[in-house]
Design a protein around this ligand. Structure first.
Ligand SMILES: Nc1ncnc2c1ncn2[C@@H]1O[C@H](COP(=O)(O)OP(=O)(O)O)[C@@H](O)[C@H]1O
Ligand SMILES: [Mg+2]
Length: 252
């Protein structure tokens, strides 16, 4: 059998006495759109931070396409083909949409051509142009990032991640702060993207998750509570309990 895209075993990360990710086993076979849901503080973002190398695990391992990436730097991991967006948005406000994507596209070239530091001018330009269309922000090409709406910044972040030409894209609450219309548009984009690369989506908007994910994984207290197709998860009593038992600011 082919190696799964991602295989996480016994992954654990504590902050002081708080075990944010607690012995997580997770496998991404590849080829479908996955979502991770769970109450606030469940450990979802920490799991992404561990996968992308922004945090190092206390124990456990992460393999990406059969290669152990545990403990590697964020830079090394992104060059291997994992890109992510952040829950707290970070783009270069003073630069145009085009230039923000350009920087990522140019830096991302080293992965495709290991003997070269970066993509050529031509390759970079082509990548930027196709990413503008993939995310549907061509009309914002020359806008300064600092002037974008929150929803458009989220799309720009997705474009920046895609400019690295990843095999696996980790999206952390991509529609947070978006209007219903922007959400609908973004959800359609994500669904389309997931036909070309593997996507794991952290999301608290249930309508979004149940509308697009093929498989939903539910986290609670740092551990995986259950996993399955949306219709199964929707009627799982443990899931309802996890949300009902969550702090009152839980985003359901
Ligand atoms: N860098 C950090 N330092 C200390 N505690 C953290 C840090 N990051 C996350 N936590 C804590 O770990 C738990 C899980 O957080 P997080 O992964 O952000 O949850 P989620 O994304 O599911 O809402 C929370 O209790 C949070 O306060
Ligand atoms: Mg989070």
């Amino acid at each position: 059998m082919a190696e799964p895209v991602l295989r996480i075993s016994g992954l654990t990360k504590a902050f002081g006495g708080l075990v944010a990710v607690d012995g997580v086993d997770y496998e991404l076979p590849g080829g479908d759109l996955r979502a991770i849901i769970g109450p606030n503080g469940a450990g979802k973002t920490t799991l992404f931070n561990l996968i992308s190398g922004m945090l190092s695990a206390d124990s456990g391992s992460i393999a990406f396409r059969g290669r152990d990436i545990t403990g590697r730097s964020p830079h090394a991991i992104s060059r291997m083909g994992i890109a992510r967006t952040l829950q707290v948005k970070s783009v270069f406000n003073g630069l145009s949409v085009h230039d923000n994507i350009w920087i990522a596209a140019h830096a991302g070239g080293g992965r495709l051509h290991p003997l070269r530091a970066a993509r050529s001018y031509r390759e970079t330009a082509d990548t930027v142009e196709s990413v503008l269309d993939e995310v549907g922000i061509r009309d914002l090409r020359n806008e300064q990032a600092g002037n974008l709406s929150y929803g458009d910044i989220a799309l720009l972040e997705m474009a920046i991640a895609l400019a690295m030409r990843p095999n696996l894209l980790l999206l952390d609450e991509p529609v947070a702060g978006m209007s219903p219309e922007e959400t609908q548009n973004t959800v359609a984009r994500i669904k389309e993207l997931s036909r070309q690369l593997d996507v794991i989506l952290i999301e608290h908007d249930m309508e979004v998750v149940f509308g697009i994910a093929d498989v939903i994984t539910v986290m609670n207290n740092g551990a995986i509570l259950c996993e399955g197709p949306p219709d199964e998860i929707a009627k799982d009593a443990r899931v309802q309990e996890a949300y009902l038992g969550a702090p009152e600011d839980a985003e359901i």
